[in-house]
Ligand binder design. Sequence first.
Ligand code: BEZ
Length: 211
Amino acid sequence: MAVHLGDVAPDFTAETTEGTVSFHDWIGDSWAILFSHPKDFTPVCTTELGAFAKAKPEFDRRNTKLIGLSVDPVDSHRDWAKDIEDTQGQALNFPVIGDPDHKVADLYDMIHPNALDTLTVRSVFIIGPDKKVKLTLTYPASTGRNVAEILRVLDSLQLTADYQVSTPVNWNDGDDVIIAPAIPDEEAKVKFPKGFRTLRPYLRLTPQPNR
Ligand code: BEZ
């Protein structure tokens, strides 16, 4: 069944390259990113896992854990990890789930048979400390993901979880944000003491409040 925004992320216990993981316990008080790749020992996937591993300090800084997945078994992930380190110059530093029986892939609807027969597509689920799904992305096998975009959207999700704001098109951490239209001007003056610009009554911009 499809997993929708706002749903509680399905819980599971699975074998990973770092031992058995009980998903919700493993998330704990952190944010988490569960992402699938189609197959071990394939080119785009090799670049993706290397890039996510390189960016791990950035995810750590955002209190966010990474966990990968494909329908290959854990032994295959471990063998492939040597190639990732050799070719991408970065060792894997987060767990990768082995899911040969598709248990987790089916829970998260990661197999799209019209795209790839029995392999997982490139799914991304960002999950909050409340274990609810905050963002989903789906890419085809032919298109590698963009780590910078995933960090960017994580910044937006974490900011908008704490403040009554939203982030405009192409927003990056540090840019002005939009005050929720439901907040009256008088209240906005108190909540956003750095001030705001009113372009339209429904479009008011303020400096990022947590900076
Ligand atoms: C790749 O990672 O390059 C890939 C994986 C599965 C199917 C096609 C391409």
